[in-house]
Design a protein around this ligand. Structure first.
Ligand code: F6R
Length: 638
């Protein structure tokens, strides 16, 4: 490699324009990273990869390309269309096809989305894209300023690139090692050095990053869909790994600088699974994929009619030592955990606590060696869930992960994993992620109840049959509610809505309400039906829509009482009842149906009409369904 600068020249801090009055602010990111080196046009591969990652964040995007002996950076605030337009302008002005480059799509929680805050951040010698947080960026910035560096953005990433620049004497790995030794925080980084125009460098700590292997070309990405069009072969980088990636070779070094091999995995997701396949939105596609996703989750674990989790580590002895179960997750995954509590307690007769991951870590939880911690996560990369997992593991808990992404951080930190096989979930609002999590929890509960001798053979056989019937019930739930589109047309103009239910219906109400609010922006609250009268009923006014979940047939009469309470205050009621239960017509203004079956497993079919209701309401209101405002698919910061 021809390094044409001497060390002294490389050391000199380059002056960049200061942003007048620029505020020093940390930039928290949940972003998508992609990198490419090979014979194709890097611009095309990077844009294509970023399109697949846009669900991770979408308020700005950018590329850095090795061209003409330098690094060319093109970036823009806004969606990828804005970056694409800038790239077209640059191409028209003579930008040639590059063969090595890095790209980024960003979702900021601090530091406004702007051209200048967008990634890549660069000096003339090095350019980086970064996912994560540099916690001590303030102190590092002061040191760099003293050396003569100036700053144009509000981001911690700009501090990081200038730190790397200050350590760069022509040896990229040394520069990265020295710089990162001074950094506190989390990062997945893809890096271009001007003097190494055919090489990508990457580092990973606490933020996901994969390397994809092609024929005469290689890739970096935050997530599998970004590279799926080009290759299915990939490795997940481990904590502290550093990568040197050329068109014909990939070399990985561990955190001690030793050359290592990481397991090569093959993604069994096909390209269509990561594309819309004729549906107007990923969310609708993913709702319709639920029967297949549940089949893929349940059927490999039911052999000859008997559940077998296929987790050898979770043996009879381990199971017998468990005195309590802790379910920990965030958002929808936590709602799945709430359903799991009802089901596991009912079948296994073991006390179950459900915790929001972001709360558990700050409350000195009673967790020890007799605790089974079940961590639920679609992405396997949710920062709060990872932190809670670590906290409980340090206290001796045995950890089972119910997780979708193979090789994700949660899958690797857990003692064992029960994978949901939902395939790639692209819509920000999770649907098949949730129902496959429920299926995995049902499977676990039935399996453990039998092993612990808490259910007799007849009940066991009944439940196993119900597990096998789940995909058909979900399909029936889709087919039964074709009129949901019409109901959404009736109710989409509501300013606020309420969801009420009892027992498992309450847990499902929480999820139905979250789906509605996150994609339609209509304020909605879920309440345990009996609790409404203790205050919140004051919010019920004339014409307010209350969605009443009545799928727990044993509690139907109680729900009728609660429906009467809200109707007496002027509310309109959208009832959700088991198929064929005609009693609901006497109580509700409009009706949705869920196929009947085992009441303990009711949440899976009953959420389907609520997912569809949220979807069509958001569509009526012209919302950006797959990419709702302020949200990102994978929440990799605390
Ligand atoms: C809501 C949603 C979020 C996630 C939560 C946890 O539709 O998607 O509430 O459920 O951020 O994410 P995972 O399951 O990836 O840990």
């Amino acid at each position: 490699m021809n390094i044409e600068k001497n060390r002294a020249a490389l050391r000199r801090p380059r002056k960049l324009a200061a942003r007048p009055g620029g505020r020093l602010e940390r930039c928290l990111l949940m972003c998508g990273i992609v990198g490419y080196v090979g014979a194709r046009c890097a611009q095309n591969v990077l844009l294509d990869g970023l399109t697949k990652l846009e669900y991770r964040g979408y308020d700005s995007a950018g590329l850095a390309l090795s061209v003409g002996g330098g690094i060319r950076v093109i970036k823009s605030k806004g969606r990828l269309t804005a970056l694409r337009a800038r790239l077209e302008e640059a191409t028209a002005a003579g930008l040639p096809a590059a063969h090595c480059g890095i790209g980024h799509t960003r979702w900021a929680t601090h530091g406004e989305p702007s051209d200048v805050n967008s990634h890549p951040h660069s000096t003339p010698y090095v350019s980086i894209v970064h996912n994560g947080i540099i916690e001590n960026y303030g102190a590092l910035k002061a040191v760099l300023e003293a050396k003569g560096y100036t700053f144009v953005s509000e981001t911690d990433t700009e501090v990081l690139v200038k730190l790397i620049d200050s350590c760069y004497y022509g040896e990229p790995l040394r520069a990265l090692t020295q710089a990162l030794a001074r950094v506190r925080g989390s990062y997945a980084l893809a890096v271009l050095f001007r003097d190494w125009p055919d090489t990508l460098f990457a580092v990973r700590r606490e933020s996901p990053l994969i390397v994809g292997y092609g024929e005469g070309e290689n890739f970096l990405a935050s997530d599998i869909p970004a590279i799926l069009r080009y290759t299915r072969r990939y490795s997940v980088l481990e904590e502290g790994d550093m990568v040197v990636c050329k068109a014909g070779s990939v070399q990985i070094y561990d955190e001690f600088g030793r050359a290592v091999q990481r397991e090569k995995l093959t993604a069994d997701w096909d390209i269509e699974a990561a594309e819309k396949g004729g549906y107007p939105h990923f969310m609708l596609k993913e709702i319709n994929e639920q029967p297949a996703a549940i089949t893929a989750t349940v059927s490999p674990r039911v052999e000859d009619g008997l559940p077998d989790l296929r987790i050898p580590e979770l043996n009879d002895q381990r199971l017998a030592s468990i005195k309590r179960v802790h379910l920990v997750a965030c958002g929808t995954a936590m709602h799945a955990g709430m359903v799991g509590k009802y089901v596991i307690e009912s079948l296994c007769r073991v006390p179950v606590e459900v915790d929001l991951a972001s709360e558990l870590r700050y409350r000195d939880p009673i967790v020890g060696e007799d605790t089974l911690l079940i961590v639920v996560s679609q992405s396997g990369e949710t920062a709060d869930t990872i932190a809670a997992l670590r906290e409980c593991k340090a206290r001796g808990a045995y950890v089972l992960a119910i997780v979708n992404v193979v090789g994700s951080t949660i899958a690797r930190l857990a003692d064992c994993a029960l994978y949901t096989h939902a395939g790639p979930e692209i819509a920000v609002a999770t649907t098949k992620g949730y129902t496959t999590q429920l299926s995995a929890l049902y499977l676990f509960a039935v399996w453990a109840a039998e092993k612990l001798g808490r259910i007799d053979e007849m009940r066991y056989n009944e439940l196993v049959a119900e597990l096998s019937a789940l995909p058909a019930r979900i399909q029936r739930a889709i087919d039964l509610n074709l009129h949901v589109k019409y109901l959404a047309g009736r109710w989409h103009a509501q300013r606020a809505m309420f969801f009420i239910g009892r027992n498992i219906d309450y847990a499902a109400a929480l999820e139905g309400s979250l789906k509605l609010k996150e994609i339609s922006y209509i304020h909605s609250e879920a309440y345990a039906a009996g609790e409404l009268k203790h205050g919140t009923i004051a919010l019920i006014d004339e014409g307010r829509l209350v969605v009443a979940l009545c799928c727990q047939t044993a509690l139907f009469e109680k729900m009728v009482g609660n429906i009467q309470e809200v109707k007496a205050r002027g509310a309109k009621v959208l009832g959700l009842a088991p198929e064929g239960d005609r009693r609901i017509f006497a109580e509700a203004d409009d009706v949705l149906f869920a196929p009947g079956g085992e009441p303990l497993f009711a949440a899976a079919p009953e959420i389907v009409p609520l997912q569809l209701f949220a979807y069509y309401v958001a569509r009526e209101n012209g919302c950006d369904i797959d990419k709702p405002r302020n949200l990102a698919k994978s929440v990799t910061v605390e």
